[in-house]
Design a protein around this ligand. Structure first.
Ligand SMILES: [Zn+2]
Length: 58
């Protein structure tokens, strides 16, 4: 086993940990923002996105 083999085998684990950390922080951030925002504001934002995508609404 060469040192180069150890280095390349360790890289995917580091990348997976970074991706997992990023996904966890993003999810917790979304939960934090959604839980402290007003329901009418969240509804209006979703409604505007629906119109921006030309989705039939009303
Ligand atoms: Zn609408």
């Amino acid at each position: 086993m060469t040192p180069q083999t150890l280095t390349t085998s360790a890289l995917p684990q580091v990348r997976d940990a970074a991706g997992l950390t990023f996904a966890a922080l993003l999810g917790l951030g979304l939960l934090f923002v959604a839980s402290f925002s007003q329901a009418a504001v969240m509804h209006d934002m979703a409604h505007d996105q629906r119109h921006a995508l030309a989705f039939p609404c009303h």
